[in-house]
Design a protein around this ligand. Sequence first.
Ligand code: MIC
Ligand code: SF4
Length: 652
Amino acid sequence: MGNNIVQKIFESHKASGDVKEGSLLGLKVDQVYTQDATGTMAWLEFEAIGIERVKVPLAVSYVDHNMLQSNFMNADDHLFLQTAAARFGAYFSKPGNGICHQVHLERFATPGKITLGTDSHTPTGGGMGMIAIGVGGLEAATVMAGAAFEINMPKVVLIRLTGKLQRPWVTAMDVILTLLKMLSVKGGVGKILEYSGEGVKYLNVTERATITNMGAELGATTSIFPSDENTLLYLKAQGRQRDWIKLQADEDAEYSDIIELDLSKVEPMIAQPHSPDNVVAIREIIGKRVNQVCIGSCTNSSYQAMRAVASILRGNTIPEHVNLLINPGSKQVYEMLSREGLIADMIAAGARILEASCGPCIGMGGAPATGHVSIRSYNRNFQGRSGTKDAFVYLTNPIACVVMAVIGKIIDPRDFEEFKGLRAQELLNEMKEPEKFLINDNLIVTPKSDTKDVKIIKGPNIKEVPVKEPLMNEIEADVLLKLGDNITTDDIMPAGSKVLPFRSNIPAISEFVFENIDRTFSKRAIEAKQKGGSIIIGGENYGQGSSREHAAIAPMYLGVQAVVAKSFARIHRANLINFGVLPLVFKSALDYEKIQKGDRLLLRNVIESVKSGQSFIIENLTQEYIFEAVPSLNDRERELILKGGLLPYTRS
Ligand code: MIC
Ligand code: SF4
């Protein structure tokens, strides 16, 4: 039996275990990268582990999220990150160099390698034929300190692409939106999606990266494309052909499931508020007035995408009721567009050009007005994430976005020719991949070899990482919240311009936990902490979305002992365990129905239950009944939970 691409890469990186579905597998990691919003914790954690220098072959610290610098806090974080990178031997990508995933794809991603990133959209690198997985900061820190990365081998699902997209109006974004419609935000949980088939050769690397990037919204561990001629072309254009290897699945490779998708049947799609899987064909909702359009983010900000946007804007003016914001993905893209006069086309049409950073995608500026419709080429439209709770955020492809910005309402981009006479062929000619990208790495600081004397600078907002005490044998705690399905980490630990500056200060950021769901949560949690702590009840896919470990650390800091849910999203579950909070799964869905906010629960023999892996028998003291919840921990996770988390475990 032959191997699929995932098996090939895992076999060549195996440190322990078996490359067998469900088995615990240890992997040697080639590259680790952090971004600033999760990176301050990751580097504080690395420092706390006490290792002199990173032990992975390549580590990069990016600054792309926290860029508003409305006071000392963001700037202090940047300085901390720069000095920590210099001290510990990591590359430092300065603010202005671009969004981590886009820059990593351009300058570092390498076929056949394994990369971890402290951001859920790290799988962007899958477009380059590498295994790229999003993890929490502490996981990244321990791997940078020399540990193997351990996971339960996911299922590998083949997505077989046939046919060709109806270019230029249908793009890679429509492929992933179609998959989200088919599979939902939990369709990829526990799976790696491996793309193959005839259709692959009609997608270039940045288009593939759009698809793997947004595989995160499916809940997939990661997604990967083969490395082929197109990969070589891209690497050549980046001056990195030496990094190329050919990588494809064996003819007789096996998969746990196969999904067929005919690219020629994919239509322009749009995700409606407030979930990336609430997808319909654009033609089903045409006519709605559009107030804001945002183009860019790590999903759709390649040079080709931006070039297409500029071509459509050329000679047009956006209507008076529309605001158009554009954030190019990287300095490389920004500089190329500028030198070619394309930024001028955008400005002339009325666009507001933002920095090469995450910007409005994470509510760092650009919030829409109350009740307004915002059309974005981004990847998440959770309620309130834009900074405006009652705005209506839609996600669609960048060409559809710009067409809507010009027309001022939702239209199917295929109808644009009638409106404005721009020929599809002209646009296609403009969208060719360049033979050579402009390479100017002057915002990437290379680590020196002798770094022992570098002083790490920490501003007053940077506080130590709190650590949980070892697990208690008896937990008696109040149910402070009962939540529904698909609760996001944005729900648990909001981001945006008000909260993001506190990412290096857990005591301060913990005041915002569940702010948009229940403003009283943190106050009630602190009160409950005096009486044994608290428990949160969740539905399916609890903690979907980002990798921010703050969604685990801050609740832990507030005294949350356990989350009992119907199921968990992968990264958040790992983050809870890494910070010593028990993730338990209801044995029967009926018990989820019965339990109520305010109930007091008793968990006895906690340590024994964790050690044995048996179900917890939980007493509901308020309603006087007993129910079961399952820990489902592997051997390593058991150890972590018993010790109070990954930091005490690593230090012991
Ligand atoms: C996101 O898109 O939600 C973020 C902001 O990039 C997060 C990371 C973070 O919260 O810092 C992610 O995707 O992991
Ligand atoms: Fe940044 Fe948005 Fe991408 Fe997250 S999804 S890394 S906030 S651009």
